[in-house]
Design a protein around this ligand. Structure first.
Ligand code: AMP
Ligand code: ZN
Length: 469
């Protein structure tokens, strides 16, 4: 397996620290809003990578955090007049729902920053002891960036070029820093903000220290892969390396994988630019699998521009696969005969496409080429299978197709059960909204269900529902 490593700017053969095991950390979202489809890109691509590694027989320890204390969360809480914890909990749960609909499997562990404060205080204390950090008069603790000689090795920046930011930083009132390049590890609380006790002041951690600490706690000092969107290379991941390597005295992550942006009109989709589409907006209009298919239709390191045309193309592509699966499954219901000799030979022919699929995935997780191999398999199945084929042949072909689809996290067979539980959950939410007299939300849910092809009927016995397409 070759992985493009941001650290070395090379595609490198993957060699795990411990044979047969992958220790992987993926930076997760800051939970102050519903996730947008840009946030969904790393979730989907690295989930697919994980599935492939598991298919290859690796045991993958996959850790992905929720940043649940942050300025944006506090701002949102103040706007709503609730505490920060309420906001973080609400959007963590909502994020998990979106991940589920996109078939993103839960991580082995989803640590939350607010539950790991002790570990952060420990690591910051170690950094101070080792001379890599210092506390200023007001209790802010800074990382002494120049004390970590390799600083800049991930983003390929020269530390002296970074000094150009100096003037800018001076006006932000951070004169108490020894050096403008120093970054915050711990900051004092402001009025009305959540805080924790620490040896330096009542306050809260900086963002970067969270990931260094959570990665250490759940995966150890040295990990195989650290991943996230490319906007995290600098400063977030650069700072994580500085903190972890300075504190632990060991190399941190061997491979750094970064996905390119999901754009809209060729501009990065982001909450701050207000050009975002929520995952749940899209899956009200399309099958969530189509969004997943769309994300995988480009290599994860290529920018991907969202457009209605590309989504339509993804929808058509995905339908070609589900139709093929439906055909196989219909013919597979025939009982009786074993495969004919001709069918056995034809079945062996599918190996070529599995090999192509694997070769694409081995080449730095090239899901675009992997999907092309799946299309070739679909074409091959459609020409090999007809109404006179045996059920056994159809079943064997379907197994090959679903084997590859599973690696991509695509469900080709409609799952009535999964849909049912989603519908039931929405109906329950609508019931609560009506009780709370939040009729706008109740109507919104009715419309969302309608878009999913579900019609509701309010009867005296309660709410009933039926599929309308
Ligand atoms: P955030 O909540 O902004 O910290 O982002 C969570 C994850 O989503 C990080 O890995 C980001 O790099 C990634 N991300 C955010 N916006 C985009 C985008 N437009 N395209 C791809 N990845 C993104
Ligand atoms: Zn992180």
């Amino acid at each position: 397996m070759k992985i493009y490593n941001t650290l070395t700017t090379q595609k490198e053969e993957f060699k795990p620290i411990e044979p047969g095991k992958v220790r992987m950390y993926v930076c997760g979202p800051t939970v102050y809003n519903f996730i947008h489809i840009g946030n969904a890109r790393p979730m989907i691509v690295f989930d697919t990578f994980r599935r492939y590694m598991e298919y290859k027989g690796y045991e993958v320890n996959y850790v992905s955090n929720f940043t649940d204390v942050d300025d944006k969360i506090i701002k949102k809480a103040n706007e709503e007049g609730v505490d920060a914890d309420t906001i973080a909990k609400r959007y963590t749960e909502e994020c998990k729902k979106d991940m589920k609909s996109l078939n993103v499997r839960p991580a082995t562990t989803h640590p939350q920053a607010t539950k790991e404060i002790d570990g952060m205080i420990d690591m910051i204390s170690t950094l101070i002891e080792k001379g890599h950090a210092y506390a200023a008069a007001d209790g802010t603790v800074y990382f002494r960036t120049r004390s970590f000689a390799p600083y800049g090795k991930l983003s390929h920046k020269n530390i002296d070029d970074l000094r150009s930011g100096e003037r800018e930083l001076k006006v932000t009132g951070e004169e108490q820093k020894e050096d403008p390049l120093d970054f915050v590890l711990w900051k004092p609380k402001k009025e009305g903000e959540p805080y924790w006790e620490s040896p330096w002041c009542q306050g809260r951690p900086g963002w970067h220290i969270e990931c260094s600490v959570m990665s250490k706690r759940y995966l150890g000092d040295e990990i195989d892969i650290h991943a996230g969107g490319e906007d995290l290379i600098f400063p977030h991941h650069e700072n994580e390396i500085a903190q972890s390597e300075a504190a632990n005295g060991k190399p941190f992550a061997r491979y750094w994988m970064h996905n390119a942006f999901l754009n809209i009109d060729n501009v990065k989709m982001s909450k701050s630019l207000n050009n975002f589409l929520l995952v749940r907006d899209i899956i009200g209009k399309y099958d969530p699998q189509v969004l997943r298919f769309f994300m995988l239709s480009a290599h994860y390191r290529s920018p991907l521009n969202f457009s209605a045309e590309l989504m339509e193309a993804a929808k058509n592509g995905f339908e070609r696969m589900t139709e093929c699966a439906a055909k196989c499954s219909r013919i597979a219901e025939k009982s009786g005969d074993a495969m004919t000799a001709e069918e056995t030979a034809a079945h062996a022919g599918t190996e070529e496409f599995v090999k192509k699929f694997e070769a694409a995935m081995e080449d730095d997780c090239n899901t675009a080429d992997a999907l092309s191999a799946m299309f070739e398999l679909v074409k091959y199945i459609n020409t090999s299978l007809n109404e006179n084929s045996t059920g056994a042949f159809a079943k064997a072909l379907l197994e090959k197709l679903t084997l590859l689809a599973d690696i991509c996290g695509l469900d080709l067979m409609p799952k009535a059960e999964a849909l049912d539980s989603e519908v039931e959950a929405l109906i329950a939410e609508r019931g609560q909204a009506r009780k709370d007299k939040n009729f706008a939300r109740a109507d919104e849910i009715r419309d969302q269900l309608l878009a999913m092809g579900i019609e509701l009927k309010d009867t005296r016995e309660g709410v009933t529902w039926k599929r309308i397409n």
